[in-house]
Design a protein around this ligand. Structure first.
Ligand code: HEC
Length: 99
């Protein structure tokens, strides 16, 4: 799964620095954990919201669709103004959670 996400991520040359899943995890903890279960050890989140592990295992959501999805706010999300690189970091982190 990690390889899958790495291979389908936007071309590396499109980004100033390669996606970093560890940065992505920190960003996810900061921006997404209020609603989503972002890591396997997180216990509480909004029950109507898909966990990042289930997003990672959803075959319909590829790195590309996630990238597009995260470029616009969803639900009642705060406007996060994530940069393309931050989005790529988060997508890489989500990819690392897949089985
Ligand atoms: C205010 C609550 C909230 C925050 C904060 C939030 N989300 Fe969500 N998210 C939702 C809800 C509710 C849904 C399901 C409904 C929808 O798609 O609009 C969702 C759906 C998603 C989906 C789509 C899942 C699918 O099956 O299509 C992805 C991917 C996602 N969120 C990623 C993120 C990421 C990454 C962050 C942090 C950068 C984040 N979300 C922050 C509430 C939130």
């Amino acid at each position: 799964m990690v390889a899958f996400f790495a291979l389908t991520a936007l071309p590396a040359r499109a980004l100033p620095v390669p996606p970093d899943p560890e940065k992505g995890e920190a960003l996810a903890q900061h921006w997404c954990a209020a609603c989503h279960l972002v890591s396997p050890d997180q216990k509480n989140a909004n029950s109507d919201v898909p966990s990042f592990a289930s997003i990672a295992n959803n075959k319909k959501l590829t790195a590309k669709t996630l990238q597009v999805f995260l470029s616009t706010p969803h639900a009642k999300m705060p406007d996060m103004h994530l940069s393309r690189n931050e989005i790529a970091d988060i997508v890489a982190y989500i990819g690392s959670l897949g089985r």
